[in-house]
Design a protein around this ligand. Structure first.
Ligand SMILES: Cc1cc2nc3c(=O)[nH]c(=O)nc-3n(C[C@H](O)[C@H](O)[C@H](O)COP(=O)(O)OP(=O)(O)OC[C@H]3O[C@@H](n4cnc5c(N)ncnc54)[C@H](O)[C@@H]3O)c2cc1C
Length: 431
């Protein structure tokens, strides 16, 4: 079976959907998701979205992002992220995103390594609010088709150009003929036994890039979040205890109830300190304490975390929360330029699977949703300007043999990560 679209977008998270919405409405767009349309990391985001608070904050925001990234970031990308942050947040608000307010003004919270409060949020379920806003808008657009439970297994290429993708839907293989493909396949957390990510996100976009010798970058930069809820013998996705809990005063304690680290240092440093403390204490967790904060405040500000911990037997208003580090985010990925173009013509990568260089070696908290917005919008602009020059009408898609590889996409990425990050094997990798 064959279907023809102008643009195929693989992924229905913030970057895939925002890219679709910013494409010219005259373009015929297909957005696919491997599982249920809302099953993505975007939906899980809790803390919020970073943004420059105004012109005067731009240089400070840039410096905070560079410092957290250990100055391994690409400066031009960081400048774009900060400079274009305000406009993109405004666009989201115009689509209907409901941000928390204090006295009628948008509220800003703080997270680790930000020198000022500059994170906008929607309670502690910002990602759900972002996803719902985008999908509602996408559903209104006649030029956007959404297919759930549809998995991209490979892209189709000719003469070094991408001309579509092969997807499996209802156990049937479908050839998608498209002028442009946008990979928005999210992170790689599904490869780890301890991860806060959706289990089906196993870096499929990265595997496809590796298969086709498309440039990839910084594969060794994998972020371990300091505080995931500890559950003994659980193989499911780990519940994230957002950094904003520490931002709002949560304290990390050892088995004697003593603090052992500055909770607001960058994530990699806090994670290392926790691993060290766990060894010292001979335990698989440390404690996060918010019992000194007011019950009413906790239940309102962190209602999701409060409820989810309660379901797991911990009342955060009274009990210490058992936490341990878990894989959380992938800073590396498919190398892209400032318009999110990959090294292959007519192939773009956006969101967590791309490497814009914004995050360097360590992502500053809440910069991921923002990167998804800023750089997928830039991808859309570039596609809008160039798509008329792409012609696939002469291509006979029946000529392409489907090259089914022995290794699954999951194994390709797992092997690559293992070869680069041998240190993660014992602690976190799935096998
Ligand atoms: C628990 C948690 C909390 C977080 N909190 C924050 C926060 O507060 N602020 C922040 O900025 N960031 C946060 N992040 C990170 C942020 O949510 C993600 O990095 C971001 O949402 C990724 O967006 P995305 O569009 O790249 O991918 P995702 O939203 O993960 O979407 C990936 C999509 O790709 C699809 N897909 C994958 N492979 C295939 C395939 N082969 N075929 C078809 N479809 C495929 C999936 O089905 C899915 O639709 C958090 C992450 C987690 C896990």
């Amino acid at each position: 079976m064959k279907l023809i679209y102008d643009v195929l977008i693989v992924g229905s998270g913030v970057s895939g959907l925002y890219c679709a919405l910013n494409l010219n409405p005259s373009l015929n767009i297909l957005v696919i998701s491997k599982e249920d349309i809302s099953n993505n990391n975007t939906y899980l985001a809790q803390g919020g979205i970073s943004t420059a608070k105004g012109k005067e904050d731009i240089s400070v925001f840039i410096e905070d992002t560079l410092r957290a990234g250990q100055y391994k970031n690409k400066l031009e990308s960081v400048e774009i992220l900060a400079n274009e942050s305000i406009d993109n947040i405004e666009s989201m608000v115009n689509y209907g995103l409901n941000l928390d307010k204090i006295n009628g003004e948008v509220a800003f919270t703080k997270e680790g390594a930000h020198s000022v409060n500059r994170i906008v949020y929607s309670k502690d379920t910002t990602g759900k609010a972002v996803f719902e806003t985008l999908i509602e808008e996408a559903n209104k657009r006649k030029n956007i088709t959404l297919y759930e439970y549809t998995c991209l297994t490979d892209i189709i290429t000719t003469n070094g150009k991408c001309i579509g993708g092969i997807v499996i839907k209802d156990q049937q293989e479908i050839i998608i003929c498209s002028k442009v493909v946008v990979l928005a396949t999210g992170g790689i957390g599904g490869l780890f036994k301890n991860s806060t990510n959706q289990r089906h996100l196993t870096g499929d976009g990265l595997a496809i890039a590796l298969k086709h010798n498309i440039k990839v970058k910084d594969i060794n930069y994998i972020q371990i979040h300091p505080t995931a809820f500890y559950e003994e013998n659980s193989e499911s996705r780990k519940l994230l205890i957002s950094e904003s809990v520490r931002g709002e005063g949560g304290k990390l304690l050892n088995k004697h109830g003593e603090r052992f680290v500055d909770e607001l240092l960058p994530r990699d440093i806090v994670s290392k300190a926790i691993f060290k403390q766990m060894k010292k204490d001979n335990r698989e967790y440390v404690y996060l304490d918010v019992t000194h904060l007011e019950d009413k405040y906790l239940k309102n500000r962190f209602s999701f975390i409060y409820e989810q911990c309660l379901i797991r037997g911990t009342d955060i208003t009274k009990d210490y929360i058992k936490v341990a580090p878990a894989q959380h985010y992938f800073m590396g990925g498919i190398e892209v330029d400032l318009d999110s173009k990959t090294s292959m013509d007519n192939l773009y990568a956006v969101g967590e699977i791309s490497c814009t260089g914004v995050h360097g070696a360590n992502r500053l908290a809440s910069n991921s949703l923002l990167e998804g917005l800023v750089f997928s919008k830039r991808a859309s602009n570039h596609i809008n300007e160039n798509i008329d020059n792409i012609d696939i009408s002469h291509i006979n898609y029946n000529e392409f043999k489907i090259d089914l590889l022995n290794l699954s996409n999951k194994d390709i990425v797992l092997n690559e990560i293992k070869s680069i990050r041998g240190d993660l094997k014992d602690e976190l990798l799935a096998n």
